[in-house]
Ligand binder design. Sequence first.
Ligand SMILES: [Mn+2]
Length: 376
Amino acid sequence: MRLLHTSDWHLGKRLFKLDRAPEHELFLAWLLEELKTQDVDALLISGDIFDTPTPPHQALETFYNFLHRVSVETRTETYIIAGNHDSGLLLEAPARLLAPHRVKVWGKLSLNPEHHWVRVGPIDLCAIPFFRSYELLPQGSGDAIEALRRYFIREKDRPQLLMLHHLAGIFEAAGSEQVIGLSGVDSIPADLLLPFDYVALGHIHKPQKIGPRAYYSGSPIPLRFSETAKKSVVIIDEIGGAVIPRIQPIPTFRDLFIVKTTENTFREALTSLIRTAELTPQVEVQIELSQPRMGLVEEVKDLLSESGMELLSFIPIFQQSEAPLRRPERIFELQPLELFAEFYAIKYPHASEVPEDLALDFKTLLEKVSHAAPSA
Ligand SMILES: [Mn+2]
């Protein structure tokens, strides 16, 4: 028996103006090949299928086309739980249509724990979609952890697996996850997961193991520039009652480069980037400047386009003034241009003087303002 665990696809996601659909399509094509070549019996998707509860139509089409191809091209069964980004009702709506395609979805927490258990070959699977505290404690009070334990505890006749989209144990966030809590409990205690032979977690985007047998598969593509850890899925083999997981890296489909540089080193930094993936690399430039520099963004764009890359995010970082603020004693006697020069010196303490082009712009603006008709 072989299973494949993935989560946090976030179909429909954008990064600034970048549509992630091409990356998602390449990931799903790769995943379909994995299901075939590794002869996977069951695919576990641990939530956050979509980026929003009302996903774009294109994202829905991508998802259902994928499920259809898994159904007709493989013999894999698919088990899906909703994440905190998903609408559980949207995921469950086509449940009857999906059932003949060997796809089972849990969108909402049932009051009956039995509804969350299913037999998958030689394994008992417990699938708990993302839930909020009021769903777990419908009376409005009680111990959330104890209530959850009722779902987890079951007589053990064979290996037990758990799918869960929540915070559990001690984890390292990637920064692109929403904060979710549980009745004042920040994270589900790791000992609650101990009865399971494998826990297929979703929510945290950085792949990691958080307990003896509990794994976050992580998202298949980086959702932010800062997510630099290699992406992966987990392949789990059940052999004679033993459950053995292994990490399967996902290829990079598009490089997201983050370049932290200065006004003296940016050319070198940008020309040393090396493309490793199929789609056009996207770059975020964080650049330390002593003062604003006209035409810098264009220069950065041109440098990148020479190596077939695109600038997606540009963050100028101005050095902070360490000197106490100077305040001319006769501030109200200064002419506007003198005042502007004072302001500039405070804001950019490492600059020598107001650049000519900026001073000219300021003068033009000043003239416009002084010639404008007074408004009522
Ligand atoms: Mn997520």
